[in-house]
Design a protein around this ligand. Sequence first.
Ligand code: ADP
Ligand code: MG
Length: 221
Amino acid sequence: MIQFSNVTKSFGEHFALDNIRLRVGRGELCFLCGPSGSGKSTIINMILGTEKPTEGNILVNNRNVPRLQGNALAEHLRHIGMVFQDYRLVDRLSAYDNIALVLRICGISNVKEIDRRIQAVAQLLGIRSLLGANVHRLSGGEKQRVAIARALVHHPPLLIADEPTGNLDPRQTQDIFRIFTKIQEMGTTVFVATHDLDMVHQSGRAAYVISGGVVRYVVSP
Ligand code: ADP
Ligand code: MG
């Protein structure tokens, strides 16, 4: 699903990533683990195609991502669900309307179909009772569950999260890690960047551990 071959990225004189090799198979859950500044977001931006490598090849979902432009890039992005540390929800809208927004952008306008899909994803994330609430009233853990529901509602084959538990307490963090496992078990490929090495080891899942833009070691599940 994701393959980096000898990827290097520099910003001017500064080497952010050096010779990155990485492979995430279809249907796998894989972590990208490293401290702040190690290059996690740069790797994710290159998966999305919003940042180009200086050298090397990147294949995602059988697409040669660095070559994508315009409509092809937009199409690529529609096949990825994205989750961020700061949730990026629309604060003045309800949880329901935040999730519905994605379906409308994807061209689904049938109200019954929208409702069917939102109820299904809300059931999965355990947020049915929160759907009517304005998102600014929710806790961090609840906001992140709404954000994951929004990322999944259009059924992307790949879910990517960039430090999704960076603002959460340990209990909420555990909850979110459990949700990623559940999503993977239902067939979605999941790739999660985090600095929480303990949680990654506890999960017993595959991980690439990076620092200073270099893969230091790989954890096999
Ligand atoms: P992480 O997400 O692991 O915290 P980043 O991928 O954001 O790390 O950053 C990796 C390195 O690349 C850092 O040294 C950062 O300062 C540098 N970097 C990231 N984006 C840019 C940019 N647009 N311009 C210059 N340097 C950048
Ligand atoms: Mg980052």
